[in-house]
Design a protein around this ligand. Structure first.
Ligand code: KG4
Ligand code: ZN
Length: 337
């Protein structure tokens, strides 16, 4: 595509990362992420503290994104922000900032769906062919998404209860690990035996998932084991992490393979925070070799929450003139657009 010099300033504030990026013609010029450490000691995200931290971070993060991109704010063509889903107080900070910025510089405003942006993170470094099948696994969602075009997506199935990331984090908490525990479970799992302990896999219909069962079974398992040996977790943490991770990945990959086979799709990817998991990255590569897929895995910095993916989505929406008006307001839970 010819150079258009469309500069999108993107803002992401749906959970506990305050992020801003500048994207030119779909290419990322800067991507600044301020991760909020304040939640660590509480074992999970505290919504009010997240909103306050976004309030403190948002201007320095946006300023750094503009400076890092080597542009001035007068070069910006449009402002994109995460409208939904997420923590309402957190979303409000990003939305209000984006509106004020757009209004001050008379720029168009673009509202972005966070889960659509996770899928479009694949288009930052790559160009998957359509139809493209994406397993989006984050702290709040687990979805199999059929993409017919950049903005034409359908959720084929999702979790009916907990998300895969939530299962990682809750198991980590039971093991006494700090929030977010997913990356730590991944770290321990690398040195553990995935077949040492057996946990049940949920049998769900179609492309649905359920992760509340594994959480409960790990809880009861640990209670029983700790009764017999109070140091059971300390002695076996690597094997526990490897076995839990193995079970979660098996549930995810079984459904992804089923969907790809039934729909006869050969371009398949993973997205969202849990796509940073080394076991899942390895599993999709192996499934790709077995099934003849072209596999897409985002770079680490584009797996977990980031504004670059909001900027790329904003760019595709800009090309379709899909703008929001100044009455737009964020929503904690919004249907797929
Ligand atoms: O996409 P994301 O940053 O935020 C949401 O939209 O929810 O995903 C965060 C989730 C957390 O549950 C975190 O524990 C998980 O992604 N996560 C991981 C890994 N890195 C992040 N889970 C397993 N292994 C990892 N390496
Ligand atoms: Zn996310």
């Amino acid at each position: 595509m010819a150079e258009q010099n469309v500069y999108i300033l993107a803002i992401e504030s749906s959970c506990d990362e305050t992020s801003a990026a500048v994207v030119r013609d779909g290419k990322v010029l800067s991507n600044i992420i301020a991760t909020q450490k304040v939640h660590e000691r509480y074992g999970g995200v505290v919504p009010e503290l997240a909103s306050r931290a976004h309030m403190q971070n948002i201007w320095p993060v946006v300023d750094a994104a503009i400076t890092d991109a080597g542009i001035s704010k007068n070069d910006i063509t449009a402002v994109a922000f995460t409208q939904s889903p997420g923590l309402l107080g957190s979303l409000l900070v990003g939305a209000c900032f984006a509106k004020g910025f757009a209004q001050a510089l008379s720029l168009p405003l673009i509202a972005v769906h966070h889960m659509q942006a996770h899928v479009l993170a694949h288009f930052i470094d790559d160009q998957p062919e359509f139809p493209f099948l994406c397993l989006t696994v984050s702290g709040g969602h687990t979805q199999i998404v059929l993409c017919r075009d950049h903005l034409d997506m359908e959720v084929l199935g999702e979790t009916i209860d907990d998300a895969a990331g939530e299962a990682f984090d809750k198991v980590a908490k039971m093991l006494g690990l700090p929030y977010p525990g997913g990356p730590l479970v991944d770290k321990y799992a690398k040195e553990g035996d995935p077949l040492r302990f057996k946990f049940p896999m949920s049998e769900m219909k179609d492309y649905e998932f359920s992760f509340s069962g594994i959480k409960t079974s790990v809880l009861y398992f640990l209670q029983a084991q700790r009764k017999a040996d109070p140091e059971f977790v300390e002695k076996n943490i690597k094997d526990i992490c490897a076995s839990v991770q193995y079970t979660i990945i098996k549930m995810l990959m079984t459904k992804l393979e089923k969907a790809a086979k039934q729909l006869d799709i050969k371009h398949v990817g993973i997205a969202g925070g849990v796509s940073a998991n080394s076991g899942l990255r390895k599993a999709i590569k192996e499934a790709g070799e077995k099934n003849g897929w072209k596999v897409y895995i985002p770079r680490f910095e584009y797996c977990t929450d980031n504004a670059a993916m909001i900027g790329v989505t904003g760019y595709y929406k800009f090309l379709k003139c899909s703008f929001a008006d100044m009455t737009v307001s964020p929503s904690a839970r919004a249907t797929w657009q």
